[in-house]
Ligand binder design. Structure first.
Ligand code: FEO
Length: 400
């Protein structure tokens, strides 16, 4: 019987041989509503080379796609651009099966593979800027440390100007199509932004340095081939420009109001703050943590100017769903935000101070005073919330 899994031609000598994970819905806390792909690439040079592998359960799919163009045992080299297990999970088995002459990774990659799979002694380290001859073609390596792991690197196929960019420029999007120009632009933009906000954001300073470095080196790309989602062959400058814009994190007039509520008092406050923000000229994203996911909040914060967070107090703490989202956002290190805390309480009211502490730790500039209302807000206290929203909108205008 003919195998159903086929390689897809990317350039003259490069084939996509990855796997489509239609059903994955969680990537360590980031909800992946449209699934994902794990992209691996085969370079059919004199020395046949496999760039990255796939998550362990998809090993056979990858090997079948490889077998649709070449006997997998003809692979001479494997390059591991990134050691995270969605790209290296089947690497030990694939090394055993293929028995390549060499496996390459960055110095950090050698270390990580050693610690994760205990196969470090089988991996050769390649430093930044080193080239590898494949006979008739050449690969060059560029370390991209902390984009987004210490091991991360790019590999560039000089002869066909193909950049294998591992997680960078990727997105969690499972499709039958393999290329950017085959997919609706609004889906590409949304999923690329969600991916940036949830994975790349903390390393934005490094993104800017990397873009500068690539510009200075005068590298040009016909194809950018990430490890997740579609391969860029038409809109390369568009995604690079978006990365430049997202990395700068210029504040906008969009305010994100995120809250959780017990008996709707904090919700009434959130509504009043939102009305004030709108009155003050801000765009409002009103986000109840009982209705949305933390990764949607990360997406909305990517191009915003304010984070205003509210929670009642439950057993001397903020509600757990607020601790969840605020802890997640703190880790993503968004920049250039103003904001404040609010919430209702019955007798102790610690949640408001706790939210302020997390906002401060996230380097959100606090505007005005936090609002803490006992039990149910009345007309006057709702007016205070409205005024806070308006005050925050006024501050946002100073930064755009
Ligand atoms: Fe797609 Fe950082 O792994």
């Amino acid at each position: 019987m003919q195998d159903i899994y086929k390689a897809v031609k990317v350039s003259d000598h490069v084939y996509w041989v990855g796997a489509v994970d239609w059903n994955i819905r969680d990537f360590h806390g980031y909800t992946t509503k449209r699934g994902s792909t794990y992209n691996a690439y085969l370079v059919l040079a004199d020395e046949v080379t496999l760039i990255d592998t796939v998550k362990k359960p998809f090993q056979q799919e990858m090997l079948s796609r490889i077998a649709s163009v070449i006997d997998p045992k003809e692979i001479k080299y494997i390059v591991s651009n990134h050691s995270e297990m969605d790209h290296s999970g089947c690497l030990p088995e694939v090394i055993n099966f293929i028995q390549p002459e060499k496996v390459f990774a960055s110095p950090g990659g050698v270390q990580a593979l050693k610690e994760i799979f205990h196969v470090g002694d089988k991996i050769s380290s390649v430093n930044d800027g080193v080239s590898l001859s494949l006979g008739n073609m050449t690969l060059s390596f560029m370390e991209t440390r902390m984009l987004h792991w210490p091991d991360s690197m790019f590999t560039y196929l000089v002869d066909e100007q193909v950049l294998f960019s591992q997680d960078a420029f990727g997105m969690h999007l499972a499709t039958a199509e393999r290329f950017d120009d085959e997919i609706d632009n609004s889906i590409l933009n949304y999923e690329a932004a969600t991916y940036y906000a949830n994975i790349i954001l903390p390393y934005s300073a490094l993104v800017l340095k990397l873009i500068e470095r690539v510009k200075k080196a005068g590298l040009s790309f016909k194809v950018v081939a990430p490890d997740h989602g579609p391969i860029w062959r038409k809109n390369i400058q568009h995604i690079v420009d978006l990365y430049g814009r997202w990395a700068v994190q210029s504040p906008t007039l969009k305010a994100v109001v995120v809250y959780a509520t017990m008996w709707h008092s904090t919700e009434q406050m959130a509504r009043a703050v939102s009305e004030g923000l709108y009155e003050g000229g801000a765009e409002v994203k009103f986000m109840s943590m009982d209705a949305i996911h933390r990764s949607d909040v990360a997406y909305e914060l990517l191009e915003s100017g304010a984070l205003i967070a509210g929670s009642p107090t439950l057993n001397n703490n903020m509600l757990p769903q607020m601790a969840d989202v605020l802890t997640y956002i703190k880790g993503l290190r968004p920049k250039n935000l103003v904001g404040q805390a609010f919430g209702s309480y019955g007798w102790s009211g610690e949640s408001i101070g706790q939210i302020q502490d997390i906002l401060k730790a996230t380097k959100v500039e606090l505007v005005g005073e936090a609002i803490k209302i006992k039990h149910v807000p009345d007309k006057d206290t709702l007016a205070q919330c409205f005024a806070l929203g308006k005050q925050i909108a006024g501050k946002m205008h100073e930064f755009v």
